[in-house]
Every structure is written in structure tokens, then in C-alpha cells.
Design a protein around this ligand. Structure first.
Ligand SMILES: [Mg+2]
Length: 217
């Protein structure tokens, strides 16, 4: 298989420490078990025609404040008190660390002449926080952020938009990296090659193999 011409990388969990560590920090500091938050989101979704509020948040259809209020309202009935959710992003980002070996690799791939894009499901209000964690614009010529384009992974449209904005490499000439399997599967459906990130060593090995042109799926 020929070497890819472009890299499309996820942000959270790929260029950062594992997100579970950040969710654990929020759980420790707020005292709210995270499966309780998951159940609250599912209950809200059920009343709202199956629309998950997290997806609305990530698509920029709901503000962070409104999202946290909604979750607090839902949890209040179950927990018997109104949980303090306003420090969520502060605690979450305090626990989130840059994944230096992966960021170094991204620099190296850019320097080797590959086109570089980031495709992230994110929260509009979090942009200054996540951008401060790495030199985004030095590495990536393109950032497609769900909260600003009204679509989120794994919707095909957001991958198509990324390819359109890269304006050049075909789907088969792109290598997509993400820590969530369904996001990789959706990319593969469109003919984009993928590396499913599990840990730095595994992912860096697979990415190096792919960019050398030796990779085969
Ligand atoms: Mg991720």
C-alpha cells in the first residue's frame, strides 16, 4: 500500500492523556459517580426523542452552561441535592496532560511534508483550554472542530468536510487516528485508512509503518 499524503488526527485521548483519567478526576472532586452522569444523559436523551445532550453540546447546539444545568437538574432528583457541576471543565482540564510522544510524532510527520489536519469532537467553550495544550497551528494546517461545524464523528459528513477542506488528498491517501473504534469504522466506510489508538507505543508503531508505505490493513 502506498504511503499516505495526509494525516487526520483526533485530539482528546490521542494527543492527550487518556480521557478516563480526566473523568476520574471529575468524579473524585465532585463526588458524582460517572455512571450516574451517563444514566442522566441517557434519561434526558430518552425524553428528547433519542437526542443525546452530549451530542448537542459537541455540535455547538447547546452551550456548556445549559448542558451542565441540564445534567444538574436531572441528577438533583436522584442524588437528593443539586450537584456542583460548574467546575467540570476546570477539573477535567487540570487532569488532562499533553501526550508528548504523539505530539512529537505529529511535528515530525509535518516536517516530513505530510498534510496535517485535526478532526475533533469538542466543546465550543473549551477551545482556548485545549488549544493551550499544544502548538496546534504549528502542526496542523486545518482544524475541523465539531462544535463549529454542527456535525460530529462518527457522522460521515464531518469526514467528508475534512477531505473537502484538505482539497487534494483522496480518502485513500489519508490516515485517520482516533481512540474510539466507531470513529475509525466510520472513516473506513469512506475509504480512509485508520489507526485505532490504544496506547502511544502501539499507535506510533502503526503510524510509522503506514507512513513508510509498508502498512497494510
Ligand atoms: Mg478521542
Amino acid at each position: 500500500m502506498s504511503a499516505p499524503k495526509a494525516i487526520i488526527s483526533d485530539f482528546g485521548g490521542v494527543l492527550t492523556s487518556p480521557l478516563l483519567e480526566s473523568f476520574a478526576a471529575v468524579q473524585d472532586q465532585t463526588g458524582i459517580p460517572f455512571d450516574e452522569v451517563g444514566r442522566a444523559m441517557a434519561a434526558i436523551a430518552e425524553r428528547n426523542g433519542g437526542v443525546n445532550p452530549l451530542f448537542q453540546l459537541e455540535k455547538g447546539e447547546m452551550s456548556e452552561v445549559d448542558f451542565l444545568d441540564l445534567i444538574s437538574d436531572e441528577l438533583e432528583g436522584k442524588l437528593g441535592h443539586r450537584p456542583e457541576m460548574h467546575r467540570f471543565s476546570e477539573v477535567y482540564f487540570e487532569a488532562l496532560q499533553p501526550n508528548e510522544p504523539m505530539i512529537d510524532l505529529m511535528h515530525e510527520l509535518r516536517d516530513s511534508g505530510l498534510r496535517m489536519a485535526m478532526l475533533t469532537n469538542n466543546v465550543r467553550e473549551w477551545e482556548p483550554r485545549w488549544r493551550s495544550m499544544l502548538p496546534v497551528d504549528e502542526i496542523f494546517e486545518l482544524v475541523v472542530d465539531s462544535a463549529f461545524v454542527g456535525m460530529r464523528k462518527p457522522e460521515p459528513g464531518i469526514y467528508e468536510l475534512t477531505l473537502e477542506r484538505l482539497a487534494g488528498p483522496s480518502a485513500g491517501e489519508c490516515l485517520f487516528i482516533d481512540d474510539i473504534a466507531i470513529n475509525c469504522e466510520a472513516a473506513e466506510e469512506l475509504g480512509i485508512r485508520t489507526v485505532h489508538y490504544r496506547d502511544p507505543e502501539q499507535a506510533i508503531g502503526e503510524i510509522r509503518e503506514a507512513v513508510s508505505g509498508a502498512g497494510s490493513d
